[in-house]
Design a binder for this molecule. Structure first.
Ligand code: ZN
Length: 262
């Protein structure tokens, strides 16, 4: 198998891993999020989502084109309940036909954002040669998107509205609980509006504390998450300067939250 194929498949797999965990956290913490909105668990892509040099490969390998195709369906989500499957081509949403080309996915996002707020929406899709229509009923979620991006550094951050996680982080983090903790930590920075103030050590500790609350709400084993966090050498790096609290302080914040919210 050519290396190009591996990169493609690896990116899709890492993205699916990240999206499944993010979905759990975002849909379980509606009561804790100031910004909420409809969520479907449906993710699409077009050939234009790939770098130019990979488009031909993506087209043949994934059987996609310049219109929206289902890339990932979150298990247990409204999209799964609607019967949509990976590889389906989305033809129209609420009878609005999708467009073809570079702006196709942007158009899809705009249409779906408008339609999904109104409740049940019809989606017409093509599977093989067969065209079919299904009904999709979104449910409420925290309205913070979580994105994966190609980067060889282990990193995650938020701008207060969206959260970004690097491929290297998802690839090396190991356990699901550990990735859940990182997403939840960034979500806490976003829900508390930390990004709009001067960063302090207190914000980091608050994000740890609330992050633990968020993963417990999502049904994760907080004890296991803390054990994995403790065992990760990255968390032991001496951070004596700047805004970063030291390992022991962070551990205490997480442990306190574990007892408080369990
Ligand atoms: Zn932080």
């Amino acid at each position: 198998m050519p290396a190009e194929d591996d990169v493609l498949q690896q990116f899709l797999d890492l993205n699916a891993t990240l999206e499944n965990i993010a979905y759990k956290i975002l849909t379980s913490n509606v009561a804790n999020c100031p910004e909420t909105g409809p969520s479907t668990g449906l993710h699409v892509h077009t050939t234009y989502d790939f770098p130019e040099g990979m488009r031909a490969e993506a087209m043949t390998r994934l059987s996609i084109g310049p219109t929206p195709f289902v890339r990932h369906i979150i298990p247990g989500s409204p999209a799964e309940k609607a019967g949509l499957k990976v590889g389906d081509e989305i033809l129209s949403i609420a009878k609005i036909d999708m467009i073809e080309g570079e702006r196709s996915r942007q158009f899809y996002e705009v249409v779906s954002r408008g339609e999904w707020t109104t409740g049940t929406t019809s989606i017409t899709f093509k599977r093989g040669e067969k065209v079919d229509t299904t009904q999709l009923t979104p449910h409420l979620s925290c309205a913070y998107k979580v994105h994966l991006f190609f980067d060889d550094k282990v990193n995650a951050y938020t701008d207060g509205e969206e959260i970004w996680v690097t491929t290297e982080l998802v690839n090396t983090i190991g356990a699901e609980e550990s990735l859940a903790m990182i997403i939840a930590h960034e979500l806490a920075h976003a829900t508390e509006g930390h990004i709009f103030k001067t960063p302090t050590k207190e914000f980091e500790l608050e994000a740890d504390h609330l992050g633990m609350k968020y993963i417990l709400a999502a049904g994760y084993d907080g004890q296991l998450a803390l054990a994995q966090w403790t065992a990760n050498p990255l968390n032991h790096k001496s951070q004596t300067e700047g805004t970063h609290p030291v390992f022991e302080e962070r551990w205490r914040a997480l442990d306190k939250a574990l007892n408080e919210f369990k």
